[in-house]
Design a protein around this ligand. Structure first.
Ligand code: DGY
Length: 327
């Protein structure tokens, strides 16, 4: 029997690639940048598996280009809004993702942004490098307290709960809004379930942990920002599309929000002429919340396992469209 052909859309940690190379014919896109649409269409021709990244749009055209042999799409991410799941499901193609292994790293980075935004870490660094550290200043770079403040988590899945655990250590009061969170489990978490209005009204920090969907796209907009405290700080390590960036710019500029910390934007990368980059009260990182060495290696292993199990005809260990196994 011929080894299954796989296209991997970027270099990922070797451990995952080596697992695949043992059993499959693996083609890895060599570029530092993702393949363009045309390059993707050309390279997937005849493959049985695609190992995709969140930077690759995997739609019907890509599935058509791959052809009828395509069995598994394994996304190297927990989020999968880059893939047309309905289309894959219609075709009986299994789609996998990498949940769980990046929870702690992402929660760590969320907290790093929260603390950096609250205590103006990036601004302080810029001032020192610009030769503007003239003396110790009683009123210089005053920030917000983290201990004792109220944190509102929008989305209380694995990552939201990971952030809550960290916040508990800082003595924060924790609220969350998540209509999907099972009733009765609140007590274990030490966080209180509230509606979105209350969360926005009472939180000193609001951190976003929802996937991007039709329901969450631009959930944070001018109306939402107006309901938040002017002293509030917004953190987003989920997906850029959940926030209306032009409304965020206005809110940060006119003082209806104090600061923001973003790891994700829409589009990515953020254009260099984005007005957001002119703001001192915004700290931004290039979608690196899961970027610890061990986490990225675990993601590679999980993404490989999804492909290998799928080729054996087994259910993917982490499958986002298990409905395909029902028929
Ligand atoms: C994900 O997994 O969805 C993150 O955004 C990248 O690790």
């Amino acid at each position: 029997m011929q080894s299954p052909k796989i296209f991997v859309t970027r270099r990922i940690p070797e451990k995952g690639l080596n697992m695949l190379r043992k059993e499959c014919a693996v083609e890895v896109w060599p570029g530092e940048l993702p393949p363009t649409t045309d390059e993707l269409l050309t390279n997937v021709t005849g493959v049985e598996g695609i190992l995709s990244l969140l930077t690759d749009k995997i739609d019907a055209a890509v599935m058509d280009a791959a052809g009828p042999e395509l069995k598994v799409i394994s996304n190297y991410a927990v989020g999968y809004d880059n893939i047309d799941i309905a289309e894959a499901t219609r075709r009986g193609i299994a789609v996998g993702n990498t949940p769980g292994v990046l929870t702690e790293a992402t929660a760590d980075h969320t907290f790093a942004l929260l603390m950096a935004a609250a205590r103006r870490v990036a601004e302080g660094d810029r001032q020192v490098r610009a030769g503007k550290w003239h003396t110790w200043e009683p009123m210089g770079l005053l920030g917000a307290d983290i201990h004792g403040a109220t944190l509102g988590l929008v989305g209380f899945g694995r990552i939201g709960q990971g952030v809550a655990r960290r916040a508990a250590g800082f003595g924060m009061r924790i609220l969350f809004y998540d209509p999907n969170f099972p009733e009765g489990r609140q007590k274990e978490t030490g966080a209180n379930s509230v509606d979105l209005e209350q969360l926005l009204r009472e939180s000193d920090f609001v951190s976003i942990h929802v996937p991007l969907s039709d329901q969450t796209r631009r959930l944070f907009n001018q109306v939402t920002f107006n309901k938040m405290k002017p002293s509030a700080i917004l953190i987003n390590t989920a997906r850029g599309g959940v926030v209306d960036h032009s409304a965020l710019y206005d809110a940060l500029k006119n003082g209806s929000l104090a600061a923001a910390g973003l790891d994700v934007t829409e589009p990515e990368p953020l254009q260099m002429d984005s007005p957001l980059l002119t703001l001192d009260n915004l700290i931004i990182t290039p979608h690196i919340a899961s970027a610890s060495r061990t986490t990225r290696e675990r993601m590679a292993v999980m993404a490989a396992e999804n492909l290998l199990e799928g080729f054996k005809g087994n259910k993917l260990p982490n499958c986002v469209n298990p409905q395909i196994y029902q028929s």
